[in-house]
Design a protein around this ligand. Structure first.
Ligand SMILES: [Zn+2]
Length: 90
């Protein structure tokens, strides 16, 4: 079940499959980037079930997103992201 998102550049409505809501895509009309969803969604039961099946990992450092990856990743990959985002102490 796709989510309809309007392109902020040209206004074209784009159908975004639930599994790609955390990814950056491109507008089908003007090819401008469509950023990942960053606001609450109004969903029905079916879309809710579809959306929550998407793992999305976000690594924050000092309140800023430094890494975001939709999909399943390994423990080693997660650990590498966290180590790279950790502040360096002197
Ligand atoms: Zn567009």
């Amino acid at each position: 079940m796709p989510v309809i998102r309007a392109c902020s550049h040209c206004g074209q409505k784009n159908r975004i499959p639930a599994k790609y809501l955390a990814s950056t895509g491109r507008c089908g009309a003007c090819k401008s980037p469509l950023p990942s969803i960053a606001e609450p969604l109004a969903v029905d039961d079916a879309l809710f079930d579809e959306v929550v099946r998407i793992p999305n990992f976000v690594v924050l450092s000092r309140g800023r997103v430094v890494m975001q990856q939709p999909g399943v990743v390994s423990h080693d990959q997660m650990e590498q992201w966290l180590r790279s985002a950790a502040p360096v102490s002197a």
